[in-house]
Design a protein around this ligand. Structure first.
Ligand code: AMP
Ligand code: FE
Ligand code: FE
Ligand code: ZN
Length: 292
């Protein structure tokens, strides 16, 4: 069997990764990947640069799947609500409903990030909210990793992950929530824009509360096409349960590294999507095209 390596979950500096979009393509080529999906949080701003990087190498060194990771709100299946991430692929980024919602989310992310930084500065931490915000690309989806890096640079903590544990995690003192898109609505918006959706890292227990299997079953009824089974935050029992559930529901299993450059200790391509999943997942998409 030909060994095809596919990583369907990767971030660039257009959201909270540290490689530029072209840098992501170079890193993916160097790692020997055949297919990489660019899935920045709540933006498609990195697509053009990544596409150009693929086109500049003739013949193309890999194929690029344009995508995004949408911040959504979902029932957790236990009577509460929880933030879930939806990986979206090959949608039309100019679809008006989607464009407006992503614009709203990015503005909200930036406002919230500045407020978190402001609260820490008021409490005497060495962060400058204005400088932090000025350092982000215009209209970009700022996130907690940016503040975490500022805390590392200011000497408050030694790693991004320590910043999450002590200050920024869901149950930590400076965490602030966002108003995310209801997940059923996000699934529909992406379908209407010619794309397809995969529920990201649903059993990543390390991030706090996650959804139950019943919620995934319901989302499948709303048009969810796949589930990210292989993810660094899933332990082997979680992967096993998800593989069974996905098979039972006729969903497509995927895998991705959730590479964030030096903001996380994860290599690109460290998790993979089965080759036959790619066609099942993307075969019917009409919103945009695979590059390369
Ligand atoms: P936000 O989008 O601002 O809510 O921040 C969430 C992002 O922070 C995720 O997409 C990850 O990139 C990152 N993240 C979440 N938890 C951790 C953690 N424990 N350590 C490092 N990065 C994290
Ligand atoms: Fe992230
Ligand atoms: Fe995520
Ligand atoms: Zn991600």
């Amino acid at each position: 069997m030909v060994d095809v390596r596919i990583d369907m979950h990767v971030h660039s500096s257009e959201s909270d990764g540290t490689d530029t979009p072209a840098g992501v393509v170079r890193t993916a080529v160097a790692a020997g990947l055949d297919v990489v999906a660019l899935t920045d949080h709540d933006t498609s701003a990195g697509w053009a640069e990544a596409e150009q990087a693929v086109r500049e190498s003739a013949p193309p060194a890999l194929r690029l799947v344009p995508g995004a990771e949408l911040s959504c709100e979902s029932s957790d299946g236990r009577g509460g609500t929880v933030t879930v991430h939806l990986l979206a692929y090959l949608f039309d980024p100019d679809s008006p409903a989607l464009r407006d919602e992503q614009l709203r989310l990015r503005a909200e992310r930036r406002g919230r990030l500045e407020q978190m930084a402001r609260r820490m500065a008021d409490d005497g931490f060495p962060v400058d909210p204005e400088a932090l915000m000025a350092g982000l690309p215009p209209d970009s989806p700022g996130g907690r990793p940016h503040l975490a890096r500022a805390l590392v640079e200011g000497g408050t903590v030694s790693t991004v992950s320590e910043a999450f544990d002590r200050y920024l995690g869901t149950h930590a003192p400076y965490y602030m929530p966002r108003t995310d898109t209801p997940v059923e609505r996000a699934i529909r918006m992406i379908a209407d824009a010619g794309g397809t959706t995969v529920l990201a890292h649903p059993f990543a227990v390390s991030r706090g509360q996650t959804v139950t299997a019943e919620v995934i079953t319901e989302l499948a009824g709303h048009g969810l096409r796949g589930v990210e089974v292989e993810h660094p935050d899933h332990d082997e029992p979680a992967r096993h349960r998800l593989r069974e559930l996905v098979a039972e529901l006729g969903l497509v299993p995927t895998g991705g590294s959730d590479y964030h450059g030096t903001n996380k200790n994860i290599r690109i391509g460290s998790e993979n999507t089965p080759p036959d999943s790619l066609d099942r997942l993307l075969g019917d998409c009409t919103g945009s095209k695979i590059i390369g």
